[in-house]
Design a protein around this ligand. Sequence first.
Ligand SMILES: O=C([O-])C(=O)C[C@H](O)[C@@H](O)C(=O)[O-]
Ligand SMILES: [Mg+2]
Length: 431
Amino acid sequence: MTAGLDLTVTGVRLTPILVADPPLLNTQGVHQPYTPRLIVEVVTDGGITGYGETYGDTKYLELARPLAGKLTGRRVTDLNGLFALDVAVDASRVEDAVDVGGLRGVQTADKLRLSVLSAFEVACLDALGKALGLPVHALLGGKVRDAVEYSAYLFYKWGAHPLGVAGEKDDWGAALDPAGVVEQARGFTERHGFTSFKLKGGVFPPEEEIAAVRALAAAFPGHPLRLDPNGAWSVETSVRVARELGDVLEYLEDPVLGTPAMAEVAARTDVPLATNMCVTTFAEIKEAFTEDAVQVVLSDHHYWGGLRNTQHLAALCAAFGVGVSMHSNTHLGISLAAMTHVAATVPDLHHACDSHYPWQSEDVLTERLVFDGGRIAVSDAPGLGVELDRDRLAFLHRRWAEDDGRLRDRDDVAAMRVAEPGWTAPATPRW
Ligand SMILES: O=C([O-])C(=O)C[C@H](O)[C@@H](O)C(=O)[O-]
Ligand SMILES: [Mg+2]
């Protein structure tokens, strides 16, 4: 044990919350007005508390509870032991071929387990850093940059959630055509200084999305642009879009579903292909890299299993000459801080990372993280460098506790049905 420090875990607090989410559209449907997250607090014998954050849907909560019980009595330094903890995953939770949202690739029992353990790992690192007076990036080997660049995450979007649906107001307005997308992008640059842009596609027919990317290219000449239809297109459509936008795209993200189809597209275009859908586990790497199916892997420390696994992934990508960046979906400041610490340690990070954070008007931190020139400064404060606002946490937890259960599991398809009765998850390829 480190001299003078008691790093034994005496308890783990799990707080499920519901956070406001604007009506962002994707190929599955639309975001619900509130989205579930789970805040993890690991408390040590020395009185230090470390923070972590992950998905808050029921299946993650059900797994987090027994894992939390097993963490008590262990040391926050024992991260390898943490990942060896055995907790059975209810098979009915992962029987579908893709995860519930259909946006993060194949769901497996191990991925579910990793998605929970990752929050515990982050919380342990936060506690350890606080105990040692060191930032998390130092525990990961040290930062190689002082700020991490993020891209503006543009969405087709309604002006408000459907009539009759309770939700928080946002001031972004609707974005349903090229002009709306460009206006949203301008808002992102004005508020946060982003200089690269990702458009979440697969919502409208490819011609409309091509027009939107063209409009972005005209409004922001020379800026890196990405388009991500979450596998909604056929190989032929993908090749056509790549041909039409080849001169302006930094990369095309998951145009088709599955490694074989990605490899087919990759063989027929020079536009790099990125993924957070066909390479989401270490087991999926071999086929994708040997088939040259992807040129950029978007890591996500939540489901890859934490900050150290993200570094392992980055090392593998570097060995194969594959680029690395970061995927994101609805997350708060604890996760953004964790993403920033690990991203700061990855030498070959040549693409701006994704972050939903600007869309989240609510947070559990006493001070929001701030993008400056599209970048988050890497904190040198002990741990993650963020502080929990207990009143906010309690407020957001009350919202979760008072919910009748409908919003406790993210379901973009069900949310879309409110506006379009009869809506079902579109069959793929959709176009
Ligand atoms: O492929 C991606 O980048 C995502 O799936 C990111 C998010 O999940 C996003 O699409 C969303 O939340 O609608
Ligand atoms: Mg994606």
